[in-house]
Design a protein around this ligand. Sequence first.
Ligand SMILES: Nc1ncnc2c1ncn2[C@@H]1O[C@H](COP(=O)(O)OP(=O)(O)OP(=O)(O)O)[C@@H](O)[C@H]1O
Ligand SMILES: [Mg+2]
Length: 468
Amino acid sequence: MFDSKTLLSAMASIVLVRNITNEVIPHEILNFVQSGLHHFCRQFSAQFTIVIEEFQGMAKNQVFEAAETYLGTKATVSTERVKVSKSHDHKKLSFNIDRGEEVSDDFEGIRVKWKLICIQEDGSRIRHNDMYASSMSEIRSYELTFHKKHKNKIIDSYLPYVMEMAKQIKEANMAIKIHSNDYGCWSHEPVKFNHPMSFNTLAIDEELQREIMNDLDNFVKAKEFYRRTGKAWQRGYLLYGPPGTGKSSLIAAMANYLNYDIYDLDLTDVQDNKILKQLILGMSNRSILVIEDIDCTINLQNREEDKDVVDNGYNKVTLSGLLNAVDGLWSCCGEEHIIVFTTNHKDKLDPALLRPGRMDKQIHLSYCNFSALKQLVVNYLCITQHELFEEIEVLLGEVQVTPAEIAEELTKDCDATECLEDLIKSLQAKKMIKEDINNEENVKEEHELGSYEEGTAADSDTGSNTNT
Ligand SMILES: Nc1ncnc2c1ncn2[C@@H]1O[C@H](COP(=O)(O)OP(=O)(O)OP(=O)(O)O)[C@@H](O)[C@H]1O
Ligand SMILES: [Mg+2]
């Protein structure tokens, strides 16, 4: 009956008339006429608008916050003016649409429009301290507009999608923190985790690296699997191997890859099983619990010994306490937990700790092979090829050297060739020591064998003498 242009021009005329007659006609009457007209026009509009206010009483409206985060990723593409900010806790810049700006978005073939509306608040309604007053001096809301016929789809699917996307964007942008325990609780001010190790710089066997990354990817996507199978959404890893082979480095690479916080649990600082349980309950979702050197931090040899440990009152965290805290009923209270134990001596651990379901994956980090060496050379010397590589490859097949030892050689203050020459010298020195030890052992064995043979020969002489 009416097209939108006609309606708009009618409204504009009303506003104009209102301006002219402002002095003559009382405000209340004008407002009444205006809202009546607005209501009348809306009946004929094909559009539907959802208003999302910033506050719900005193609390922040989560839908508003989600919209703000989500639209930040769209703003740089579809508006001409954006706001930019960065807080200490964020890794990247955040963009926001500015007041009055419109952003379009497409969802399953539906076009929607977002607009940020800002209304200046009357100063008389400002309360509390000045900071609060100045931040509340503007009332902000988003208007989400789309065709009426998509109302259900937008409410049931699009808004939940915006919430979920915002959650993911936020999580990816949050800087990783490392928490440590002190006097039975996690530190109140966790430290920003700045470890630069990543799967691009970690020097381990390529195949093993792919396997670990696939495992982590599958874990993150497996929410539905864990729900269906009635298991807590967590995964246990045991990293074992000699010192300096990259166990702690792998944990750092995992945290950086998943963007998970680290909870570095020092078991020697936990008084008893109850406190241990509280600490594990205090972890946030999407985090890695790390217990390093599990074989030496506490007496975890045998569950039978638990009773003695408690009786002695020496250290009351027991193996059963640890197992219950890690995968007992309470463990389900969190989501997306990865638990990593490290040890230099896997053979010293109680089999209860290693059973599948607890330690889902056991990763052996061993001495450096040639592919790991090439990665270290890229990291430290920024080269991918060198004529000395062949010699180094042969030596690596003959001696056992840890990535930490190689890293030390490659961080010397000299050029790439000198560094590699020094590395060769140290590998040759190791080889000589190994050969010396082998020679000594051979001599010892020969000596022992010689004395044994002499002894048996003497015995048989005596024997034959006796027998004759
Ligand atoms: N696989 C690796 N890739 C890259 N760098 C490594 C690797 N392994 C060791 N390094 C280097 O050696 C240092 C020590 O390694 P890391 O602390 O990860 O060893 P670890 O296996 O945890 O040793 P420990 O058993 O003594 O705790 C690291 O800071 C890093 O510089
Ligand atoms: Mg370590």
